[in-house]
Design a protein around this ligand. Structure first.
Ligand code: TYD
Length: 212
């Protein structure tokens, strides 16, 4: 049960190549089977709306000033919340998003060096609700692994986008910021050791207790 809305909000996070995409759809199906009366909505960031997907194309391909990048990420997020996430949570649905605000802290903050003060302000602006409440995922599943292993996995499967072209040090900084956010919000985060085999990761996800 969300603290603000009756639905339940889950985000999947991790550095590129950590393996979250391998499991996210299956996890959505698992929850849909387990909770047949509650619709499960699958979405992603940047993206999730028509405008958001247009911004995604720009964000993933065009080099840009760091603050422009952060503002566009949060602009896409505002639209995503307004059009998709909040209406679904109000209607009591389960929303699963492939990335959310932790990715902005990790990539624009940890990776590219945007100040945490600015990121906190943007987070509050876009996710702040009445009486100082902040809309956050109820659960964030973080796929964690060393940057070097993720890099080796990435090079096998796909042509890199703008972020995936970054070097190992960048991804180590991204990883450390994810871990800092996880330490700061231990109740919200569930850490997955993404160096495990796909099978053991999936078994762990299946056993994850969710209190709707
Ligand atoms: P990703 O989710 O990995 O999608 P795909 O599996 O199709 O590559 O790609 C999204 C990229 O956007 C990823 O490199 C992280 C980056 N990103 C940010 O830099 N900041 C953000 O706030 C978000 C949501 C994503």
């Amino acid at each position: 049960m969300s603290t603000i809305f009756p639905g339940y909000f889950i985000s999947f996070e991790g550095i590129d190549g950590a393996g979250k995409s391998t499991h996210i759809d299956a996890f959505g199906k698992l929850l849909q089977d387990r909770y047949p009366d509650q619709e499960v909505i699958m979405t992603r960031e940047p993206g999730g709306t028509l405008l958001g997907e247009q911004l995604r194309n720009l964000l993933l391909e065009s080099p840009m000033d760091l603050e422009t990048e952060a503002l566009l990420m949060f602009a896409a997020r505002r639209e995503h919340l307004a059009q998709v996430i909040e209406p679904a949570l109000k209607a009591g649905k389960i929303v699963i998003s492939d990335r959310f605000t932790d990715a902005s802290f990790a990539y624009q903050g940890g990776g590219r060096g945007l100040s945490l003060t600015k990121l906190n302000e943007l987070e509050f602006w876009v996710q702040g609700r009445e009486k100082g409440a902040l809309l956050q995922p109820n659960l964030t599943i973080l796929f964690d692994l060393p940057g070097s292993i993720a890099e080796a996995r990435r090079s096998k499967v796909r042509a890199p986008d703008k972020f995936e072209k970054m070097d190992l040090e960048f991804f180590e900084r991204v990883r450390q910021e994810y871990l800092r956010r996880a330490k700061e919000n231990p109740k919200r985060f569930h850490l997955v050791d993404a160096t495990q085999t796909q099978e053991s990761i999936w078994n762990g996800l299946k056993d994850l207790r969710i209190n709707l």
